[in-house]
Design a protein around this ligand. Structure first.
Ligand code: UDP
Ligand code: MG
Length: 315
């Protein structure tokens, strides 16, 4: 196989602080890989600007003027990292042999791209970057992220443990990805579904070089709910089983109440009544909420609106 043309896809939301240094690092990486004959000289970087409100768009244009291997698209709105990734991937799909997605802050060691490309050249279609350590993350980030992965697998979602969105996809994998029409996007769940030949490279995650995390708890929660509700209906099964279990308990309680009634014991019953009203009330609300979550997803999917609108492309 000839040296492949690689597109590095960066989702960028308000990344003005890191983008210049990220571009510098990645361009010199591409130079080095090209000199070693690992990648083609026309390999490039695709910045997918997720409707940033800062100078990200201007910086992309400046970087492109300085070195045309930096390319970019700007989405009309902030649609979230998953949509930004998809927009970038679909833009490079017919203009590369393989694409590598990585966060713009380069917390995921970009040197691993060499191994990813080698594995791609050996015939792998998807190469997952897997974090072997999270020492650099804060305690809260580490614990919340890891409970997120554990919760996902408990809910029956198949994902690669500790793999975020640092991965290589061959053109063939991208073609298959383009056929997934869902609005409720969760790429990490789609990857195992694509199948093909896969491999894993491990690395230690480092700290963000500049700027702040663009993933507050609210976005992390939204991503995890999207992930679960777009791949499994297990939560609904759990509601059903809980309801069934409670019904059995209820039969026992009903028998006890009848017995007490017959025996003419005077029981005030206030506390048990309060407890059960509150307990059942919250269970019912939770159950309706979960069902509502799925109905909401159906509502969004049925409309089949475009998942992003590209306002501008610099290529
Ligand atoms: N990002 C995005 N849209 C958003 C939020 C984040 O494109 O609405 C991008 C962001 O620019 C970065 C990546 O997603 O390239 C991961 O975000 P971040 O590094 O802030 O998350 P963390 O590493 O803290 O989980
Ligand atoms: Mg980060």
């Amino acid at each position: 196989m000839d040296a492949p043309r690689i597109a590095i896809v960066l989702p960028c939301y308000n990344e003005q602080e890191v983008l210049p240094s990220t571009a510098r690092t990645l361009l010199s990486l591409l130079d080095r890989f090209a000199a070693e004959g690992l990648v083609a000289a026309d390999s490039y970087i695709m910045c997918s600007n997720d409707g940033s409100r800062d100078a990200t768009r201007r910086i992309i244009a400046e970087l492109h003027a300085a070195d045309p291997r930096v390319k970019g698209i700007t989405l009309a709105h902030n649609r979230g990292q998953q949509a930004a990734l998809l927009a970038g991937l679909m833009t490079v799909r017919e203009r590369c042999d393989a694409a590598i997605t990585i966060d713009a802050d380069l917390q995921d060691n970009p040197e691993m791209m060499a191994d990813m490309v080698r594995l791609f050249r050996e015939g792998k279609d998807i190469v997952y970057g897997v974090r072997s350590s999270r020492d650099s993350d804060s305690w809260f980030k580490r614990v919340s992220a890891q409970s997120f992965y554990k919760f996902q697998s408990a809910m029956g979602l198949q994902t690669v443990y500790n793999h975020a969105d640092y991965r290589l996809m061959s053109r063939r994998a991208l073609d298959i990805l383009s056929q997934y029409g869902e609005s409720n996007l969760y790429l990490r769940g789609i990857m195992p579904d694509i199948g093909l030949q896969t491999a894993v490279v491990e690395y230690a995650r480092t700290e963000r070089t500049a700027g702040e995390s663009k993933y507050p708890l609210s976005k992390m929660l939204a991503l995890s709910i999207d992930g679960i509700t777009s791949f499994t209906a297990k939560p609904m099964r759990i509601i059903f089983l809980t309801g069934l279990g409670l019904m059995l308990v209820d039969i026992v309680v009903a028998l006890w109440v009848l017995y007490v009634h017959m025996a003419h014991h005077t029981v005030t019953g206030w506390s048990s009544l309060m407890l059960s009203v509150w307990f059942l009330g919250s269970l019912i609300l939770m159950a309706i909420g979960i069902v509502g979550e799925y109905i909401g997803k159906i509502f969004v999917e049925v409309k089949a609106r475009p998942r992003y609108n590209i306002e501008e492309e610099v290529f």
